[in-house]
Design a protein around this ligand. Structure first.
Ligand code: MD6
Ligand code: FE
Length: 217
């Protein structure tokens, strides 16, 4: 997983783009299971509906979220954290669908992180106008585990920075079926999603979904 930024190389027939040391974009890696992923998202959202959470600072997020797995990420006025139950329903977050687990394990291994077993999947739903400001993923117990991120539906511009907030930020286009894996030296890099542009996708309509699979506990 070496190479310059945006230096694409074909390994095992999959198109890889190195974003930095230990961060790689596997272009189109989720396409063979895209319909199964979308169907599983609908099943999860039937039990644990998408909702726009409130940050500790009191702002309502533009991205709507839900979770599956034994731990789910949430935010409210009290802070960011993982919970076993959906605070909105009082029930445990829905189980992680096998198609999520299998894709995450395979993609992580292809990126150089074998044996990845996520226990949490945050599902983000973007509609035109939604954005996610630059942040680090640091609510997990052990940063030794990588993160697998799957994009479905409308295209978005991913911002990918470095360990310090002021580090230069690259803009990476993410489209339907793209998978980003990062860990190791990149695990705490800053990242975000620019305001989603209006559009219509054959698989999702006016929507982008992102699955962020993590080992939280
Ligand atoms: C998104 N993704 O693509 C938001 N975090 O909608 C993330 O925040 C993210 O893609 C950690 C690792 C990969 C990601
Ligand atoms: Fe993140």
């Amino acid at each position: 997983m070496t190479g310059d930024l945006f230096d694409a190389s074909a390994i095992d027939g999959a198109v890889r783009v190195a974003l930095s040391e230990d961060a790689v974009l596997l272009r189109g890696r989720a396409l063979p299971v895209a319909e199964a992923l979308l169907s599983a998202i609908r099943t999860v959202a039937d039990a644990a509906p998408f909702r726009r959470m409130v940050t500790p600072g009191g702002f309502q997020m533009s991205v709507a979220m839900t979770n599956c797995g034994s731990a789910g990420w949430m935010t409210d006025r009290k802070g960011y954290r993982y919970t076993a139950d959906d605070p909105q329903t009082g029930a445990p977050w829905p189980a992680m669908p096998a198609v999520f687990l299998n894709l995450a394990d395979a993609a992580a291994a292809e990126a150089g992180f074998p044996g990845f077993v996520p226990d949490a999947c945050l599902i983000n739903r973007y509609e035109p106008g939604a954005r996610l400001s630059l942040h680090q993923d640091k609510d997990e117990r052990d940063y030794a585990h990588p993160i697998v991120s799957v994009s479905l539906g409308l295209p978005a511009t991913f911002q990918f920075g470095g360990p310090n907030r002021a580090d230069p930020v690259a803009k990476v286009p993410l489209t339907h079926g793209d998978v980003v894996v990062w860990g190791g030296a990149a695990r705490l890099h800053h990242h975000g999603v620019l305001t989603l542009r209006n559009g219509e996708h054959p698989a999702t309509g006016r929507t982008r979904f992102n699955l962020t699979l993590r080992r939280a506990m």
